[in-house]
Ligand binder design. Structure first.
Ligand SMILES: C[S@@+](CC[C@H](N)C(=O)[O-])C[C@H]1O[C@@H](n2cnc3c(N)ncnc32)[C@H](O)[C@@H]1O
Length: 499
């Protein structure tokens, strides 16, 4: 069996560079499941746009595989001698081929935008643009592979692919889903909670699209705890109307993983007059990036020894883990200073006259080193840390059990270990304080945020803007149980395990 060893059949060299190429090969039962639905006849022509070592194309005689890695394509040729294999970039080939297919199956590379770049990315984005699917430069590679593959199918054709679980929340999943819904009569996504790839940190789901040439107004969603072999897509658990997916759920399927009762309650509460989105009440940003935390954050004893005046120092939260759970006040900051923690940010302004002790500090050998660092050398002057704000609240954005929303009663700034929440008007203070204690706020963070791996929940500023703010002390006992169930179910999907 192909995945008999711990590297799933890949050599040490290929494992080393696997991340670069998005090369994680698919377990055999998954390959067989997808193929048995996609291929209907021995006469069908099958396409795998990124065939790796050829495990999909080996399952059907009339196959075409594209693979850019020479080692992998050589293995594919041995494994699938009857298949036609093109070595090279899929998008270059797709842009010029006249070939069309009855079916496609595979597992596209999951290459994030930081690595999926240059001419390859430009070609892929441009190709999808011409098809009417518009992706930004921040897209991962896989949705572009699926759009281009869909284009190469005949009328009536179908495709079945492994996709990362981010199909349920990433902004770049929506152009793919819109494209498939406009071009296929049937679209099904299978969410699988436990890992399909035991050695990958990424959770993977499955995607099926059928009857090319039609269109659909819904996504069929199946929700499985565990992958199991099946020769057709598993039974549908939820029919997600695209209109609701777009408008109520911000183009995300993740909320449909929670029980219907929790979704109904969420939808109802979101429309109530006293419920607001956090972004309507406040501006949410990442904290400042100093570029050299050890240099720019001083202990009280250091600042005193150096003689740095207090006008050049700003108390700050250097590390989000130090925060109390609901309110940061002077007493806590005084304790941090007494404990001689690195709580004082060297805060200098652009045209400021520098006091002599500061000047001396900026001329030390360490300062010379820091000034040439990646962040500092692009600043003018290098020692002015930009975007230092004093927020009204801090928001934790990488959370285990609970997202913290902490009132800033101490006038502190914070590094990018936290998000800053600055009120748009004073009246919002009471609303946000009520949300601090609210279970609904916690549920909303689960719904609007996304899993980060390792059981963590991440909230990007754009996601935090969508979080619901309402005083849930008015929730009935029954509704409280529904909200709790919603939280527990979404925590389970991000693999959060309570201690
Ligand atoms: C996730 S692996 C999947 C391989 C195989 N389909 C499977 O499921 O086992 C993705 C493959 O895509 C290949 N690849 C990455 N970028 C490519 C590109 N632009 N064109 C063709 N293949 C590419 C990688 O080398 C890798 O072998």
């Amino acid at each position: 069996m192909a995945n008999a060893n711990s590297n799933n059949g890949q050599s040490p060299r290929s494992v080393e560079s696997a991340k670069e190429r998005g090369a994680y090969y698919t377990p055999e039962p998954v390959v067989r499941s997808l193929l048995s639905w996609a291929v209907r006849s021995t006469e069908d022509r099958l396409l795998d746009p990124s065939c790796g070592d050829g495990r999909f194309i080996a399952g059907h005689l009339k196959s075409v595989g594209i693979e850019q890695d020479p080692d992998a394509s050589a293995t594919a040729m041995q494994r699938a001698p009857g298949a036609l294999i093109h070595e090279g970039d899929f998008f270059s080939w797709a842009g010029s081929t006249e070939e069309r297919f009855e079916c496609a199956a595979g597992n596209p590379p999951f290459i994030r935008y930081q690595r999926f770049k240059g001419a390859a990315r430009a070609r892929a984005i441009e190709f999808c643009d011409t098809l009417g699917a518009h992706f930004s430069g921040l897209s991962s590679s896989w949705p572009l592979f699926l759009v281009a593959t869909a284009h190469l199918l005949h009328r009536g054709g179908r495709m079945a692919f492994v996709v990362p679980a981010e199909v349920g929340h990433a902004p770049y999943s929506s152009p793919l889903i819109e494209y498939l819904a406009q071009n296929f009569s049937f679209l099904q996504i299978v969410a699988v909670r436990n890992k399909i790839f035991p050695h990958l940190s990424e959770d993977c789901w499955l995607l099926y699209a059928g009857e090319k040439g039609g269109s659909t107004k819904e996504i069929c969603l199946s929700i499985l705890d565990e992958f199991y072999y099946c020769d057709k897509p598993p039974p549908v658990d939820v029919r997600v109307a695209l209109s609701a997916w777009r408008c109520i759920w911000n183009w995300r399927l993740r909320p449909f993983l929670m029980p219907k009762s929790a979704r109904d309650l969420y939808e109802r509460v979101a429309q109530e007059d006293d419920c607001f989105r956090l972004g309507a009440l406040a501006q949410i940003n990442i904290g400042y990036i100093s570029g050299a935390n050890d240099f720019f954050h001083l202990r009280l004893s250091e600042a005193q020894d150096l003689g740095i005046p207090s006008t050049c120092l700003q108390t700050t939260v250097r590390n989000g883990r130090a925060l109390p759970s609901s309110r940061l006040d002077e007493t806590t900051v005084e304790r941090w200073l007494r404990e001689d923690r690195q709580t004082l940010l060297l805060r200098l302004r652009k045209n400021q006259e520098l006091p002599n002790p500061v000047r001396s500090y900026l001329e030390t050998a360490r300062a010379k080193e820091v000034s040439g660092g990646y962040k500092c050398r692009t600043r003018n002057p290098w020692y002015v840390v930009p975007d230092v704000k004093i927020p009204d609240f801090f928001l934790s954005y990488m959370s285990g059990r609970k997202v913290l929303l902490v009132q800033n009663a101490a006038g502190c700034a914070c590094t990018n270990s936290l998000h800053t929440v600055r009120l748009k008007n004073k009246a919002a203070q009471a609303q946000i304080r009520a949300a601090q204690r609210s279970l609904l706020f916690q549920l909303s963070c689960e719904v609007e945020g996304h899993p980060l791996g390792g059981g963590m929940l991440k909230l990007e500023p754009r996601e935090a803007c969508n979080v619901l703010v309402q005083d849930s002390s008015a929730l009935s006992r029954g509704d409280t149980c529904i909200v709790e169930d919603g939280i527990i179910s979404l925590q389970a999907w991000r693999h959060y395990a309570p201690a």
